[in-house]
Design a protein around this ligand. Structure first.
Ligand SMILES: C[S@@+](CC[C@H](N)C(=O)[O-])C[C@H]1O[C@@H](n2cnc3c(N)ncnc32)[C@H](O)[C@@H]1O
Length: 304
Protein backbone atom coordinates (compact mmCIF):
# COMPACT_ATOMS: atom_id res chain seq x y z
CA UNK A 1 0.00 0.00 0.00
CA UNK A 2 1.21 3.55 -0.77
CA UNK A 3 2.63 5.23 2.38
CA UNK A 4 0.09 8.11 2.38
CA UNK A 5 -2.83 5.70 1.92
CA UNK A 6 -1.42 3.50 4.68
CA UNK A 7 -1.16 6.48 7.04
CA UNK A 8 -4.75 7.53 6.25
CA UNK A 9 -5.97 3.96 6.79
CA UNK A 10 -4.38 3.98 10.26
CA UNK A 11 -6.68 6.60 11.74
CA UNK A 12 -7.35 5.82 15.37
CA UNK A 13 -11.18 5.96 15.07
CA UNK A 14 -12.49 3.45 12.56
CA UNK A 15 -15.92 4.20 11.04
CA UNK A 16 -16.84 0.53 10.83
CA UNK A 17 -20.62 0.65 11.34
CA UNK A 18 -21.80 3.06 8.68
CA UNK A 19 -23.84 0.05 7.53
CA UNK A 20 -25.45 -2.33 10.02
CA UNK A 21 -23.96 -5.77 10.62
CA UNK A 22 -26.77 -7.59 8.75
CA UNK A 23 -26.33 -5.29 5.74
CA UNK A 24 -22.54 -5.82 5.78
CA UNK A 25 -23.02 -9.62 5.84
CA UNK A 26 -25.98 -9.96 3.44
CA UNK A 27 -25.07 -12.15 0.46
CA UNK A 28 -21.44 -12.38 1.60
CA UNK A 29 -21.95 -14.84 4.48
CA UNK A 30 -24.08 -18.02 4.66
CA UNK A 31 -27.34 -17.51 6.61
CA UNK A 32 -26.27 -19.92 9.42
CA UNK A 33 -23.59 -17.40 10.39
CA UNK A 34 -26.12 -15.40 12.43
CA UNK A 35 -26.17 -18.18 15.06
CA UNK A 36 -22.72 -17.17 16.37
CA UNK A 37 -23.06 -15.04 19.51
CA UNK A 38 -20.06 -12.73 19.04
CA UNK A 39 -19.24 -12.16 15.39
CA UNK A 40 -16.88 -9.37 14.40
CA UNK A 41 -18.29 -6.66 12.15
CA UNK A 42 -16.92 -7.44 8.67
CA UNK A 43 -15.86 -3.80 8.25
CA UNK A 44 -13.53 -4.07 11.27
CA UNK A 45 -11.69 -7.06 9.80
CA UNK A 46 -11.66 -5.45 6.33
CA UNK A 47 -10.23 -2.20 7.71
CA UNK A 48 -7.44 -4.00 9.59
CA UNK A 49 -6.55 -6.12 6.55
CA UNK A 50 -6.46 -3.06 4.29
CA UNK A 51 -4.38 -1.02 6.75
CA UNK A 52 -1.78 -3.63 7.71
CA UNK A 53 -1.29 -6.00 4.74
CA UNK A 54 -0.73 -6.11 1.00
CA UNK A 55 -2.32 -8.48 -1.54
CA UNK A 56 -0.79 -11.95 -1.33
CA UNK A 57 -0.01 -11.64 2.39
CA UNK A 58 -1.10 -14.32 4.85
CA UNK A 59 -3.67 -13.40 7.53
CA UNK A 60 -4.36 -15.59 10.60
CA UNK A 61 -7.29 -15.68 13.02
CA UNK A 62 -6.61 -18.22 15.81
CA UNK A 63 -10.19 -17.90 17.17
CA UNK A 64 -12.00 -17.46 13.89
CA UNK A 65 -15.64 -18.21 14.82
CA UNK A 66 -17.66 -18.22 11.61
CA UNK A 67 -14.65 -16.88 9.70
CA UNK A 68 -15.21 -13.12 9.35
CA UNK A 69 -11.46 -12.38 9.21
CA UNK A 70 -10.94 -15.16 6.66
CA UNK A 71 -13.78 -14.09 4.36
CA UNK A 72 -12.70 -10.45 4.35
CA UNK A 73 -9.07 -11.48 3.75
CA UNK A 74 -9.77 -13.71 0.73
CA UNK A 75 -12.07 -11.09 -0.82
CA UNK A 76 -9.18 -8.61 -0.47
CA UNK A 77 -6.75 -10.95 -2.26
CA UNK A 78 -4.94 -12.10 0.88
CA UNK A 79 -4.57 -15.75 1.95
CA UNK A 80 -6.14 -16.70 5.26
CA UNK A 81 -5.92 -19.39 7.91
CA UNK A 82 -8.32 -19.79 10.82
CA UNK A 83 -8.44 -21.95 13.94
CA UNK A 84 -11.71 -22.53 15.81
CA UNK A 85 -12.38 -24.70 18.85
CA UNK A 86 -16.06 -25.45 18.23
CA UNK A 87 -16.83 -27.61 15.16
CA UNK A 88 -20.23 -25.91 14.95
CA UNK A 89 -18.49 -22.63 14.06
CA UNK A 90 -15.56 -24.06 12.08
CA UNK A 91 -18.07 -25.81 9.77
CA UNK A 92 -19.76 -22.47 9.13
CA UNK A 93 -16.38 -20.79 8.57
CA UNK A 94 -15.67 -23.49 5.95
CA UNK A 95 -19.03 -22.81 4.31
CA UNK A 96 -18.34 -19.06 4.31
CA UNK A 97 -14.97 -19.62 2.63
CA UNK A 98 -16.59 -21.85 -0.02
CA UNK A 99 -19.19 -19.14 -0.59
CA UNK A 100 -16.45 -16.50 -0.96
CA UNK A 101 -14.64 -18.70 -3.49
CA UNK A 102 -17.87 -19.12 -5.50
CA UNK A 103 -18.22 -15.34 -5.49
CA UNK A 104 -14.75 -15.02 -7.06
CA UNK A 105 -12.68 -14.09 -4.00
CA UNK A 106 -9.07 -14.27 -5.22
CA UNK A 107 -7.37 -15.32 -1.95
CA UNK A 108 -7.05 -18.86 -0.60
CA UNK A 109 -8.42 -19.76 2.82
CA UNK A 110 -8.57 -22.70 5.22
CA UNK A 111 -9.89 -23.55 8.68
CA UNK A 112 -8.51 -25.98 11.28
CA UNK A 113 -10.69 -27.15 14.16
CA UNK A 114 -8.64 -27.23 17.35
CA UNK A 115 -7.47 -25.56 20.53
CA UNK A 116 -5.44 -22.49 19.61
CA UNK A 117 -3.63 -22.52 22.97
CA UNK A 118 -1.67 -25.35 21.24
CA UNK A 119 -1.46 -23.39 17.96
CA UNK A 120 1.99 -24.62 16.93
CA UNK A 121 0.88 -28.25 17.15
CA UNK A 122 -2.03 -27.55 14.77
CA UNK A 123 -0.30 -25.79 11.87
CA UNK A 124 2.57 -26.87 9.59
CA UNK A 125 5.98 -25.89 10.99
CA UNK A 126 6.74 -24.24 7.63
CA UNK A 127 4.33 -21.42 8.54
CA UNK A 128 6.72 -20.04 11.19
CA UNK A 129 7.61 -16.46 10.28
CA UNK A 130 5.12 -16.35 7.35
CA UNK A 131 2.07 -14.55 8.79
CA UNK A 132 1.78 -10.81 8.04
CA UNK A 133 -1.25 -10.08 10.22
CA UNK A 134 -3.26 -11.68 13.00
CA UNK A 135 -6.82 -10.34 13.39
CA UNK A 136 -8.75 -11.84 16.27
CA UNK A 137 -11.13 -11.26 19.10
CA UNK A 138 -11.20 -13.16 22.39
CA UNK A 139 -14.50 -14.59 23.57
CA UNK A 140 -15.95 -12.65 26.47
CA UNK A 141 -18.29 -13.70 29.25
CA UNK A 142 -21.58 -15.40 28.42
CA UNK A 143 -23.49 -12.39 29.76
CA UNK A 144 -22.91 -10.55 26.48
CA UNK A 145 -24.21 -13.32 24.31
CA UNK A 146 -27.91 -12.71 24.29
CA UNK A 147 -29.30 -12.76 20.80
CA UNK A 148 -32.39 -11.13 19.38
CA UNK A 149 -33.90 -11.80 15.99
CA UNK A 150 -36.69 -9.57 14.81
CA UNK A 151 -39.01 -11.58 12.57
CA UNK A 152 -42.75 -12.07 12.78
CA UNK A 153 -42.20 -12.49 16.48
CA UNK A 154 -39.37 -11.34 18.72
CA UNK A 155 -37.07 -14.32 19.16
CA UNK A 156 -34.84 -13.98 22.21
CA UNK A 157 -32.30 -16.71 22.80
CA UNK A 158 -29.50 -17.08 25.26
CA UNK A 159 -27.03 -18.00 22.60
CA UNK A 160 -23.97 -19.55 24.22
CA UNK A 161 -20.89 -21.12 22.65
CA UNK A 162 -21.49 -24.56 24.26
CA UNK A 163 -23.04 -25.78 27.50
CA UNK A 164 -20.34 -24.07 29.56
CA UNK A 165 -18.68 -27.18 30.97
CA UNK A 166 -15.78 -27.32 28.49
CA UNK A 167 -13.15 -24.87 29.73
CA UNK A 168 -11.07 -25.43 26.56
CA UNK A 169 -13.33 -22.74 25.12
CA UNK A 170 -11.89 -19.59 26.72
CA UNK A 171 -15.41 -18.11 26.92
CA UNK A 172 -15.99 -20.21 30.03
CA UNK A 173 -12.97 -19.06 32.02
CA UNK A 174 -12.83 -16.11 34.38
CA UNK A 175 -10.94 -12.99 33.29
CA UNK A 176 -7.59 -14.29 34.61
CA UNK A 177 -8.07 -17.67 32.92
CA UNK A 178 -9.12 -15.98 29.70
CA UNK A 179 -6.07 -13.69 29.76
CA UNK A 180 -3.71 -16.63 30.45
CA UNK A 181 -5.20 -18.69 27.61
CA UNK A 182 -5.13 -15.71 25.29
CA UNK A 183 -1.44 -15.03 26.13
CA UNK A 184 -0.71 -18.66 25.22
CA UNK A 185 -2.47 -18.19 21.87
CA UNK A 186 -0.58 -14.96 21.19
CA UNK A 187 2.74 -16.72 22.00
CA UNK A 188 1.98 -19.16 19.18
CA UNK A 189 0.97 -16.27 16.90
CA UNK A 190 4.27 -14.51 17.64
CA UNK A 191 6.17 -17.54 16.29
CA UNK A 192 4.06 -17.63 13.12
CA UNK A 193 4.30 -13.86 12.50
CA UNK A 194 7.02 -12.51 10.28
CA UNK A 195 9.36 -9.92 11.87
CA UNK A 196 7.52 -6.60 11.96
CA UNK A 197 4.17 -8.40 11.55
CA UNK A 198 1.03 -6.98 13.17
CA UNK A 199 -1.55 -8.30 15.62
CA UNK A 200 -4.97 -6.62 15.77
CA UNK A 201 -7.20 -7.64 18.67
CA UNK A 202 -10.71 -6.28 19.09
CA UNK A 203 -12.18 -6.33 22.57
CA UNK A 204 -15.67 -5.09 23.27
CA UNK A 205 -16.07 -3.47 26.69
CA UNK A 206 -18.16 -5.85 28.75
CA UNK A 207 -20.24 -5.27 31.86
CA UNK A 208 -20.58 -7.69 34.74
CA UNK A 209 -23.28 -6.81 37.26
CA UNK A 210 -23.35 -3.34 35.76
CA UNK A 211 -19.60 -2.69 36.04
CA UNK A 212 -17.26 -2.48 33.07
CA UNK A 213 -14.75 -5.34 32.95
CA UNK A 214 -11.37 -4.12 31.77
CA UNK A 215 -10.83 -6.68 29.03
CA UNK A 216 -8.67 -4.30 26.92
CA UNK A 217 -6.04 -4.03 29.72
CA UNK A 218 -6.06 -7.83 30.09
CA UNK A 219 -5.48 -8.12 26.32
CA UNK A 220 -2.58 -5.64 26.41
CA UNK A 221 -1.00 -7.59 29.30
CA UNK A 222 -1.44 -10.88 27.39
CA UNK A 223 0.25 -9.38 24.31
CA UNK A 224 3.23 -8.13 26.32
CA UNK A 225 3.60 -11.53 28.03
CA UNK A 226 3.63 -13.11 24.55
CA UNK A 227 6.63 -10.94 23.57
CA UNK A 228 4.63 -8.50 21.39
CA UNK A 229 4.99 -4.72 21.51
CA UNK A 230 1.81 -2.62 21.90
CA UNK A 231 1.90 0.04 19.18
CA UNK A 232 -1.57 1.59 18.87
CA UNK A 233 -4.91 1.70 20.65
CA UNK A 234 -7.80 2.46 18.32
CA UNK A 235 -11.58 2.58 18.48
CA UNK A 236 -13.83 0.70 16.05
CA UNK A 237 -17.25 2.33 16.07
CA UNK A 238 -20.33 0.14 16.51
CA UNK A 239 -22.45 3.20 15.76
CA UNK A 240 -22.85 5.05 12.49
CA UNK A 241 -21.68 8.63 12.10
CA UNK A 242 -24.34 10.81 10.42
CA UNK A 243 -24.05 14.60 10.15
CA UNK A 244 -21.38 14.62 12.83
CA UNK A 245 -23.56 12.65 15.29
CA UNK A 246 -23.22 9.06 16.50
CA UNK A 247 -26.26 6.93 15.63
CA UNK A 248 -26.36 4.05 18.14
CA UNK A 249 -27.25 0.51 17.14
CA UNK A 250 -27.76 -1.19 20.52
CA UNK A 251 -28.89 -4.78 20.94
CA UNK A 252 -32.13 -5.46 22.77
CA UNK A 253 -30.23 -6.64 25.86
CA UNK A 254 -27.94 -3.58 25.94
CA UNK A 255 -30.90 -1.24 25.68
CA UNK A 256 -32.77 -3.12 28.38
CA UNK A 257 -29.88 -3.10 30.87
CA UNK A 258 -29.12 0.59 30.29
CA UNK A 259 -32.78 1.51 30.75
CA UNK A 260 -32.97 -0.54 33.97
CA UNK A 261 -29.79 1.05 35.32
CA UNK A 262 -31.02 4.54 34.54
CA UNK A 263 -34.40 3.81 36.13
CA UNK A 264 -32.46 2.79 39.25
CA UNK A 265 -30.48 6.06 39.19
CA UNK A 266 -27.22 4.81 37.63
CA UNK A 267 -26.22 7.05 34.70
CA UNK A 268 -25.14 4.17 32.45
CA UNK A 269 -24.38 4.69 28.75
CA UNK A 270 -24.69 2.42 25.74
CA UNK A 271 -21.44 0.94 24.51
CA UNK A 272 -20.72 2.45 21.11
CA UNK A 273 -17.34 0.99 20.18
CA UNK A 274 -14.89 -1.88 20.44
CA UNK A 275 -11.35 -1.27 21.60
CA UNK A 276 -8.79 -2.26 18.98
CA UNK A 277 -5.43 -3.17 20.47
CA UNK A 278 -2.55 -3.31 18.03
CA UNK A 279 0.80 -4.99 18.59
CA UNK A 280 3.91 -5.56 16.51
CA UNK A 281 6.29 -8.47 16.50
CA UNK A 282 9.75 -6.96 17.08
CA UNK A 283 11.88 -6.88 13.92
CA UNK A 284 14.60 -9.09 15.38
CA UNK A 285 14.64 -11.60 18.21
CA UNK A 286 16.54 -10.33 21.27
CA UNK A 287 20.15 -11.49 21.36
CA UNK A 288 20.11 -14.49 23.66
CA UNK A 289 23.80 -15.33 23.26
CA UNK A 290 26.01 -14.79 26.34
CA UNK A 291 28.75 -12.89 24.54
CA UNK A 292 28.61 -9.53 22.86
CA UNK A 293 25.21 -8.26 24.14
CA UNK A 294 24.62 -4.63 23.11
CA UNK A 295 21.40 -2.76 23.86
CA UNK A 296 19.89 -0.34 21.34
CA UNK A 297 20.78 2.56 23.65
CA UNK A 298 24.45 1.45 23.77
CA UNK A 299 24.63 1.29 20.04
CA UNK A 300 25.15 4.60 18.24
CA UNK A 301 24.09 2.96 14.99
CA UNK A 302 20.65 2.24 16.50
CA UNK A 303 21.06 -1.51 15.95
CA UNK A 304 17.91 -3.41 16.89
C1 LIG B 1 -15.37 -13.54 19.83
S1 LIG B 1 -15.52 -15.07 19.02
C2 LIG B 1 -14.75 -14.76 17.46
C3 LIG B 1 -15.76 -14.43 16.41
C4 LIG B 1 -15.14 -14.23 15.04
N1 LIG B 1 -14.29 -13.06 14.99
C5 LIG B 1 -16.27 -14.12 14.00
O1 LIG B 1 -16.49 -13.03 13.46
O2 LIG B 1 -16.97 -15.11 13.83
C6 LIG B 1 -14.27 -16.05 19.77
C7 LIG B 1 -14.20 -17.47 19.25
O3 LIG B 1 -13.13 -18.13 19.91
C8 LIG B 1 -13.46 -19.50 19.97
N2 LIG B 1 -12.56 -20.12 20.95
C9 LIG B 1 -12.68 -20.12 22.30
N3 LIG B 1 -11.66 -20.78 22.86
C10 LIG B 1 -10.87 -21.22 21.85
C11 LIG B 1 -9.66 -21.95 21.79
N4 LIG B 1 -9.07 -22.41 22.90
N5 LIG B 1 -9.11 -22.21 20.57
C12 LIG B 1 -9.71 -21.77 19.42
N6 LIG B 1 -10.87 -21.06 19.41
C13 LIG B 1 -11.43 -20.78 20.62
C14 LIG B 1 -14.94 -19.48 20.36
O4 LIG B 1 -15.57 -20.72 20.07
C15 LIG B 1 -15.44 -18.30 19.51
O5 LIG B 1 -15.99 -18.76 18.29
Amino acid sequence: MHAAAAAAARLSVWATAQRTGPVQRRGRYVPDSTAHPARMLPAIAAHAIDAYTDPGDLVLDPMCGIGTTLVEAVHAGRDALGIEYESRWSDIADANLRHAREQGAPGRGGVIRGDATALLSLVPAALAGQVALVVTSPPYGPTVHGHVAVGDELDIRDNRYNDGTDKGNLAYRDLTGLADGFAEILRGCAVLLRPGGTVVVTARPWRKRGELVDLPSAVIGAGIRAGLVPTERCVALLTAVRDGQLVARPSFFQLQSVRRARAAGTPMHLIAHEDVLIFAKPDAAPNDGDGDRTSASDDPGGRR
